[in-house]
Design a binder for this molecule. Sequence first.
Ligand SMILES: *Cc1c(COP(=O)(O)O)cnc(C)c1O
Length: 433
Amino acid sequence: MKFYSTSNRSHQVELSEAVIKGLAPDQGLYMPMEIPVLEEAFLENISDLTFREIGYRVIGALFSTDLTETQIKDLVDHTLSFDAPLVDLEEDVYSLELFHGPTLAFKDFGARFCSKLMSMLIAKSDQKVRVLVATSGDTGSAVANGFLGVEGVEVIILFPKGKVSELQEKQFTTLGQNVTSLEVDGVFDDCQRMVKSAFLDSELNEKLLLTSANSINIARWIPQCLYYFYAFSRLPKKGKKVVFSVPSGNFGNLAAGILAQKMGLPITHFVAATNENKVVPTFLGGEEFAAKPSVQTISNSMDVGNPSNFPRLLALYDFDENRLKTQVSGAFYSDAETIAAIQKVKKKGYTLDPHGAVGYLGLKDFMDANPDYQGVFLETAHPGKFRDVVENALGEKVILPERLAAFLKGEKQVFSMANDFEEFKTFLASLSS
Ligand SMILES: *Cc1c(COP(=O)(O)O)cnc(C)c1O
């Protein structure tokens, strides 16, 4: 399979280049040249398959010319090492829980797939890959845990000193092995600038193989389509129209749902649900697309004013904006509405996190107007990850799952670093190639 750049369809690369480079040189996002459509027999019998069996078929359809059957199996097994249960919440309303991975958010799926695939693609070379990540919290933990112990890859995380919550920090600074954390005396933007400078530094790039594992990488994006297939397979009512509501920030998750639909999964409609960072819902409502500075909200993993996967949404509809607007509708919610949703759903005995609450609201509003549907919203994080918000909303404690509590017991190991590229460069230059 070849991949083209959303900025220029004639720029095409092989899988390994798309994964190791991440972004096309013209800053476009990579997209598969052809989207394979799965056989009807697979979709008819999908309820009989396990999550992994679904994974072998879907990933096989996409990557069978690039990877061996054994590699596809290993890749899927490594990625789908935890479940994504579909919880029946109300009549025809389901929560797809994507938080059962090591860092309790859906980004674990993409991070695990990306790390494993990268290690396969570089296995033939004896050069080590260095993954550089600047993080304000959640990306660092998902990438670090995804790459932990993966041979041939070393992860270097830069985070702003004192600006990341203790729980988030512990999820990457306590790991050891092939994960190194650098605590930078600055803010997130400084960390990001240092990482960008490293990618542009010719001396460093001659010596080291540097790469990024940010969310626009196809190896983080594509595996997210798997849980749409799985959720669909577990819906008890066959033949009733299906809508998915996706709480969105950079819109990778929604774009992966549309990818599943293009591969033949009979999803009839999508809801793009956001907080006050509503540039995509505004666009879907008929206005010109216009990026905006991000606004801070309680569903802060979706505080994105210029969504990086927007070109991917357009590419999936062959850059036909009108088709996109008929199959995807937008909805946005205030913090007050989000809190009210957490309180309302708690009365049914279920605890939403603030991101899932936005997805729930988008689904309910769509289904009120379209009662002939059954719907799934993506619950993208465990409520314990955002326990301040949830505890404030509910006036009671949220119990942390054991694996989250276990991180808190680990010992923080970091190198301190000035807010200075030269110091970072000296650190990198001292690593073996
Ligand atoms: C990253 C994130 C999102 C947004 O996902 P996108 O793919 O960027 O739209 C939603 N919820 C949580 C908890 C996240 O971490």
